[in-house]
Design a protein around this ligand. Structure first.
Ligand code: HEC
Ligand code: HEC
Length: 315
């Protein structure tokens, strides 16, 4: 009964919360826009993430993300501590999704409509580093644990960013535009995640579309071992290794499965829109990544992080 009452009150509370916070939220936004207008150099993504967090998120989540911002505590549900253990009802929902789409019926709005894709990436990286970065609580397992978390984080960033952009563009502008997004963004994004998070990441397959996605040896070995098959029952990898130069690294790999929407660009040639086939042939003359069926193992997403403590976007 109490919860029903809260549900009824929620819209009122939310309205009040929004009223109270909009001036504070908007002022820093104007500042950011102004500094960009004056041609200030693009700050590194980590700094940018901190900036975005301070401007848009700290008001509820607190300056250090501990859930103690002036606007956050009185909310129902309250703004959670982003550093401590996750609330039971949020477990299993990717944080990236929560940041992008928000939580309907709560004060957490979807930031996808407000922030640029770059700022979303930056603030996600920043929030991730609060918990998983060098100063965060998820490093209790020592440097190996830290490297594994960084590797997983980078893989997640790449996977979700690609998927979100793909799905949004497909929906809004159709598959040829989405192909364009993939073609022009996938490589850049991979390089960006590698640079910003100090982790090498990539996607690969036995059947490549872009030869630039060729697998490093350890990924190639895994792919060969699986072969061409349905993805059911295929599990990923987590492990450590020593590179020829003596560097200790943690490696993680996650299988990628062909789902319905993937078939538009990776399915059989018959049934694909001719203009899409033409666009594919134009960009990828050596494309072998077609002819898949739903449920097939498409390949893998992988990441490798050095075990030595390295900057990864923490403040
Ligand atoms: C007006 C207050 C408010 C603002 C501003 C806000 N949040 Fe939230 N946030 C919340 C609330 C409330 C929840 C909890 C929603 C729930 O319990 O379903 C939440 C949940 C989250 C979660 C999920 C936490 C978890 O453990 O899964 C993340 C991540 C998050 N917010 C990040 C951000 C980021 C990044 C920003 C800034 C771009 C931001 N929030 C701005 C109120 C806010
Ligand atoms: C709109 C067309 C489109 C859709 C839909 C699409 N892809 Fe792709 N995919 C591409 C393009 C273009 C590339 C090459 C990107 C590049 O140049 O790195 C690619 C590359 C890949 C790669 C890297 C290996 C390679 O062959 O170069 C993987 C893995 C992959 N896609 C998996 C998927 C999965 C899984 C889905 C569904 C969730 C999906 N793709 C949906 C167009 C698409």
């Amino acid at each position: 009964m109490t919860s029903r009452l809260l549900l009824l009150l929620l819209p009122v509370l939310l309205l009040l919360g929004c009223e109270a916070r909009s001036p504070e939220v908007q002022a820093p936004q104007a500042l950011i826009a102004a500094s960009a207008d004056h041609g200030a150099a693009e700050p590194a993504a980590a700094d940018r993430g901190a900036e975005v967090f301070d401007s848009y998120c700290a008001i509820c989540h607190g300056p250090e993300g501990r859930g103690d911002g002036p606007g956050g505590a009185a909310l129902e549900p309250p703004a959670p501590d982003l550093v401590g253990p996750r609330a039971e009802h949020l477990k299993g929902i990717p944080r990236r999704t929560i940041i992008e789409d928000g939580r309907p019926g709560t004060a957490m709005v979807g930031w996808k409509a407000i922030l640029s894709p770059e700022d979303l990436d930056a603030v996600y990286g920043f929030v991730h580093a609060m918990k998983h970065g060098p100063g965060g609580p998820m490093n209790g397992g020592g440097p190996g644990m830290d490297a594994e978390h960084r590797a997983r984080g980078a893989m997640q960033t790449l996977g979700q960013t690609l998927k979100t952009r793909l799905v949004t563009t497909m929906k809004e502008q159709g598959p040829v535009a989405a192909l364009d997004v993939c073609a022009t963004n996938a490589q850049a994004l991979t390089a960006e995640v590698t640079r910003d998070q100090g982790v090498t990441v990539g996607r690969s397959s036995l059947r490549l579309r872009n030869p630039a996605n060729a697998a490093p040896d350890w990924v190639a070995a895994w792919l060969r071992e699986q072969g061409e098959r349905p993805a059911a029952g295929v599990v990923g990898l987590t492990g450590s290794a020593t590179l020829p130069d003596g560097t200790q690294v943690m490696r993680v790999l996650q299988p990628l499965v062909i789902e319905g929407p993937c078939l538009v660009c990776h399915g059989p040639d018959a049934g694909r829109a001719p203009e899409l086939t033409a666009a594919l042939a134009d960009r990828y003359p050596d494309d072998t990544a077609t002819g898949y069926a739903a449920g097939d193992l498409r390949g893998a997403m992988w990441a490798e992080a050095a075990v030595t403590a390295r900057g990864n976007g923490g403040r």
